[in-house]
Design a protein around this ligand. Sequence first.
Ligand SMILES: Cc1cc2nc3c(=O)[nH]c(=O)nc-3n(C[C@H](O)[C@H](O)[C@H](O)COP(=O)(O)OP(=O)(O)OC[C@H]3O[C@@H](n4cnc5c(N)ncnc54)[C@H](O)[C@@H]3O)c2cc1C
Length: 462
Amino acid sequence: MTAFNPVTPALLDQLAQIVGAGGISTAQADLDLHAKDQSQHAAHPAEVVIWPSSAQQVADVLKLANTHAIPVTPWGVGTGLEGNSIPLYGGILLSFERMNQIVEVHADDFQVTVQPGIGHKDLNAALARYGLFFPPDPGANASVGGMLANNAAGIRTVKYGASKDNVLKMQVALADGRLIHVGSRSVKQSAGYDLLHLFVGSEGTLGVITEATLKLVPVPQHMSAVVAGFPSIQSAVETVVAVRGSGLDPAALELVDAAHARMLNSVDGVDLPETPVLFMEFHAAQESGLAAGLEMVQQICEEMGATSFKSTTDTAERKRLWHARHHSYEIMVRMHPDKTFFINDVAVPISAYPELIAYVEQLRDTRGITCYMIGHAGDGNIHVEFPYADEAGHALAMEINGLIVMKALELGGTCTGEHGVGIGKAKYLPAEHGEGLDVMRTIKQALDPNGILNPGKVLVEA
Ligand SMILES: Cc1cc2nc3c(=O)[nH]c(=O)nc-3n(C[C@H](O)[C@H](O)[C@H](O)COP(=O)(O)OP(=O)(O)OC[C@H]3O[C@@H](n4cnc5c(N)ncnc54)[C@H](O)[C@@H]3O)c2cc1C
């Protein structure tokens, strides 16, 4: 990696000429606000925060930074869980908080073109009048740029796909200041190498997304919710496989373990069975479609030994049933005011999910560790959440995390289903990708030969 240079007063002047005096700050408060995401990784400040207001400004900042070997770290809204946007090497923090506009709604094509800083919840609120929505749904109000850069997924991925499945075209600023477009607004695309999906999931290490055209889907007319309790976590996860195998098409299929369910019940109005629980949601164009599906899912749950089953098609009741799952992270943090959390993230093929969960249970019981399991079970994705109070607790959580990652890889899975590599998962990439990692290094070298883009993430020196 190139040795980086400090941001000098002369360079600050040149940056201010690009973005204007109001688009740049070296104030300690601004540096501190952008020094850490929502992960357990330590804060590290940039030397300057820049708020560009156009793609051309982004490209000009990159060109200048590249010439002077200054690191640049893109920042959406900092909800990442792997330190993805922490400016580890200082330099420029490029915040997209002010590039947050809808550029154009192509309602007849079920598409929207946006600037990268728009929050996906804000986007969906604006799209409601068209009866359309952008389905990937990480819990937080993440920016579209941050979601595409991390290939974020979430609760509805089981039906609608991850961020990568819901983007058609992007404008990207390269390290040398070129602005290119990748992909097209055609849903079918077969023209040359798939650069669109090279940049998606690259965590700001290959280029900076300055605009994106997203796929939208009609807001479903009818929705139902199911909350089912099971005598053991194994029967719950085997039900996940059975539901997926039945041909039912859940829009969400989430697992919460008994310890987590007990914790959620401490909130007023939440009344979950204190057993492993599956949350499900189904979407349909016609109400009759929902009724038949609910009957079938109830039958499957009962055959798999469910000890409780609640379903509803009423909107208020559905929202009430889902409330606890949607707010589980905040509830968990509130319940442990003296603890820090590490959230693990691995995914496996669905048939291997029961074995992965059994392995986590075995680790928890034999190592006597406190942890909670919550997962996008329909995608084979699990998050094991470890509260810890001190360095020893952190070290133990890291050790158990490593064992879970290696088990996921052994089962044909991945070290991260949705949070990305960031800082914490980089050490597992050789085990997951083997020589493929050399190809990734070649691509990085071709696009960012000076290594200025988000250094210290994804590909770290061995
Ligand atoms: C309570 C909670 C629940 C969550 N649940 C989920 C979940 O269910 N699924 C899930 O996938 N994630 C989840 N996350 C993680 C997080 O929301 C996602 O990783 C999200 O994609 C981060 O978006 P952001 O805008 O906050 O980006 P940031 O954290 O600011 O940045 C993320 C990465 O994107 C890069 N980046 C940002 N903007 C750009 C750009 N314009 N061009 C290039 N690179 C860019 C950054 O450099 C960094 O590498 C959760 C987080 C929290 C706090």
